[in-house]
Design a protein around this ligand. Structure first.
Ligand SMILES: Cc1cc2nc3c(=O)[nH]c(=O)nc-3n(C[C@H](O)[C@H](O)[C@H](O)COP(=O)(O)O)c2cc1C
Length: 186
């Protein structure tokens, strides 16, 4: 299978029992069943200090950020599955991307980005996704119109997410399937 068919699926929560990790697992399974290869990125495996220029000057960019940049370079798309925190998105996601851009400012620009969010609240995390969409646009990243929000989300006894709209999930994954990595050597 070509490296172009890899899709990173990154949950912006490292919490045990995370709704968004469960949603990421659902999205990854749907991507795999559609023929692309989902690569789950568990940010517990890529722990990064809060970005600080002095730290970078003294110690360089941490290996975890380098590893993520390598993964991004092998993928055609990235699905960000993010909780909403106070109407925005968690610092975990911002910090991770900020470190990655210290190695390559345009690291995400060749990728198509899909957005998803699960929340116990009625909004499903849509306000956070709106801000991620604007932020990604500011970095010249193409974000799919199709997105998945799961309001009133819960986990079942097996830890799987309950309440995801199957039609919206399928539409998001179909749009990812149709996407291609943008060549960067122009
Ligand atoms: C600091 C903080 C702020 C939050 N703000 C919101 C919010 O604005 N909207 C919302 O729907 N849920 C909000 N929540 C609740 C989260 O949606 C909920 O904790 C969710 O389970 C977090 O995602 P996770 O389960 O993937 O860790 C907030 C939670 C925290 C910790």
């Amino acid at each position: 299978m070509s490296v172009q068919s890899q899709v990173l699926v990154m949950a912006a929560s490292t919490r045990t029992g995370s709704l968004n990790q469960a949603l990421a697992a659902l999205v990854a399974a749907e991507i795999d069943s559609g023929g692309d290869r989902a690569v789950a990125v568990d940010l517990r495996d890529y722990e990064l200090p809060l970005y600080n220029g002095d730290l970078e000057a003294a110690e360089g960019v941490p290996g975890a950020a380098k590893d993520l940049v390598v993964l991004a370079g092998e993928a055609k798309a990235l699905v960000l599955v993010s909780p909403e925190y106070n109407g925005a998105f968690p610092p975990l996601l911002k910090n991770t991307v900020d470190w990655m851009t210290r190695l390559d400012m345009r690291v995400l620009a060749p990728l198509t980005v899909g957005l998803a969010s699960a929340s116990p609240g009625r909004g499903g995390g849509a306000r956070g996704l709106n801000i991620i969409r604007q932020w990604m646009g500011n970095m010249s990243v193409n974000v799919l119109d199709e997105q998945l929000t799961v309001p009133s989300a819960t986990l079942n006894d097996d830890g799987a997410l309950v309440g995801a709209d199957e039609v919206a999930l399928a539409a998001l994954v179909a749009a990812i399937k149709a996407s291609e990595r943008t060549p960067t050597d122009a």
